[in-house]
Ligand binder design. Structure first.
Ligand code: PAF
Length: 284
């Protein structure tokens, strides 16, 4: 069932809660692919009812980013959700979520601001305010849907860690369920932004997963100092790549690692043909 208003969602949720049913939420920005499908399937399996939100959240895009051209494919998204057994596809307008007016400004809107230590690094460094927008919209979705479980992909690992922290710090009664990265056979992590890549760009984009897989293989052989682990990474890069970061950080609090261990995540971000791509791997 496709629903556009908060009131309609609330009404359904009220009914379900009365019946004692558990609710799963899969927050998305649409342009759904097999990665999203895996989150949806997990929710449908675990929960009595599943809500998928489809909302390209304007306040998490920085000036100059791809808000306008972000792929919007609601009809196909709804079809995928219906086939997967989703009960509600919640696709609000920006006006429904934020009201009319100065929606981009924290001068006029109450924001949820994650701790500075979690956002001054990795994607937060180049995307100022991005995680404020993510935490604010996810908090709103939690308040609207009141899910028992919420499903997030490990592809956006910094987002996942920040949202877990938000739930803990604000005592939000929801369990965050992390879901593994889904990759193409080539190794490329699925992302809605892969739609911007040509076949040739996609070949260059394989550098991300190749670098991560290589680091994991070296770690598995017993190498753990970060400078040795990164040494070979650069050989995968060419003039087609603009590396933003390659960092080793703790899986819980994002502290930087000098020596990798089983609780280390390797994070990478780079641009191919001006498309910003991210990926990560756990070294456990
Ligand atoms: O990961 C995403 O697609 C978005 O950041 C989310 C969690 C749906 C919030 O808009």
């Amino acid at each position: 069932m496709l629903v556009h208003t908060i009131a309609e969602v609330r009404e359904k949720i009220k009914e379900w809660k009365k019946e004692g049913l558990t609710v799963g939420l899969v927050p998305t920005m649409g342009a759904l692919h097999s990665g999203h499908k895996s989150l949806i399937e997990k929710s449908v399996e675990k929960c009595d009812r599943t809500v998928v939100s489809v909302f390209v959240n304007p306040i998490q895009f920085c000036p100059g980013e791809d808000l306008e051209k972000y792929p919007r494919t609601l009809e196909a998204d709804e079809k995928l959700c219906t086939e997967a057994g989703v009960d509600i596809v919640f696709a609000p307008s920006p006006k429904e979520m934020y009201g009319e007016g100065h929606i981009m400004s924290s001068d006029f809107l109450t924001y949820v601001i994650p701790p500075y230590f979690y956002v001054d690094k990795l994607c937060g460094k180049s995307r100022t305010g991005h995680f404020d927008g993510v935490c604010t919209v996810v908090n709103k979705l939690f308040n609207i849907v009141q899910p028992d479980f919420a499903f997030f992909g490990e592809k956006d690992r910094q987002q996942l860690i920040i949202l877990k922290k938000m739930v803990k710090d604000l005592n939000i009664p929801v369990e965050i369920v992390p879901c593994p990265i889904i990759r193409e056979e080539s190794g490329l992590a699925l992302s809605s932004r892969n739609k911007y890549l040509s076949e040739e760009d996609k070949k260059h984009a394989l550098a991300l997963s190749k670098i991560l897989f290589n680091i994991k293989a070296c770690y598995d052989k017993g190498i753990n100092d970060v400078s040795s682990l990164t040494e070979t990474a650069y050989s995968y890069l060419s003039e087609h790549h603009e590396l933003e970061y390659l960092e080793f950080r703790d899986a819980d609090d994002l502290e930087e690692k000098v020596n990798a261990d089983d609780n280390t995540i390797v994070f990478i971000a780079l641009k191919v043909a001006n498309v910003r791509l991210i990926d990560n791997i756990a070294l456990r």
